[in-house]
Design a binder for this molecule. Structure first.
Ligand code: MG
Length: 209
């Protein structure tokens, strides 16, 4: 099932908010990435000409198994069929400039190849989604390490909250935020994102040719 959209949650780990000096949110921050940014395991993240300070963000991705609108927290997980490892690649200098000017993040988060995702696995094989270790390495060096228990808004809450306003269609993707340790990736780097029980995602980085 092809996704029609990727809905993204910003600022959902306490530790990531501290490092980026943002305020704790009262409600989830929701934004989108276009499906055209998706790439798979083994494909390259491509940094366009003139784009500086591109950063990685390891995130747990939820994949909807059926159309979903207005679900309660209690019923939320019935809508999710698969999970995957996602890297919410972000052009950070562009994103901060947009933020400072009161503009949207869309372009800085939505460029081609800025959505690496691992092969999804069935939800039932992932165990307790709210207690999974996340890790991201660049060239073998650990940059991000966290646990989904550190989320501000729980996974069922996020599904319920988003579906209150947006119909999530079968195949759609919801990414749930990143823990601390985001940092720059450069051409030649190899980025490996891992989530306990869920899998591993490896992508090289190169410049636009
Ligand atoms: Mg993110």
């Amino acid at each position: 099932m092809k996704p029609t959209k990727i809905v993204c949650i910003g600022w959902n780990y306490k530790s990531h908010i501290s490092e980026l000096k943002s305020k704790f949110p009262e409600v989830p921050t929701v934004f989108f990435k276009p499906v055209s940014c998706l790439i798979g395991n083994g494909e390259d993240i491509v940094i366009p000409k003139g784009i500086t300070n591109v950063q990685h963000e390891v995130e747990l991705a939820l994949i909807f198994g059926k159309d979903c609108k207005g679900v309660s927290e209690e019923d939320a997980m019935d809508s999710i069929s698969h999970v995957a490892v996602f890297n919410d690649v972000s052009a950070r200098d562009m994103q901060w400039k947009a933020r400072d000017e009161g503009n949207t993040w869309d372009l800085s988060k939505g460029m081609d190849t800025f959505g690496p995702m691992s092969e999804p696995i069935p939800l039932k094989d992932a165990g307790d989604l709210q207690h999974l270790d996340l890790e991201l390495t660049v060239n073998g060096e650990v940059r991000q390490r966290g646990n989904t228990s550190n989320m501000i808004f729980t996974i069922p809450f996020l599904v319920s909250y988003v579906s209150r306003y947006i119909t999530m269609n079968a195949g759609d993707i919801l990414i749930t935020g990143t823990p601390e340790g985001v940092s720059e990736i450069k051409p030649g780097d190899v980025v490996v994102a891992k989530i306990q029980n869920v899998g591993s995602l490896t992508n090289g980085v190169r410049s636009e040719r």
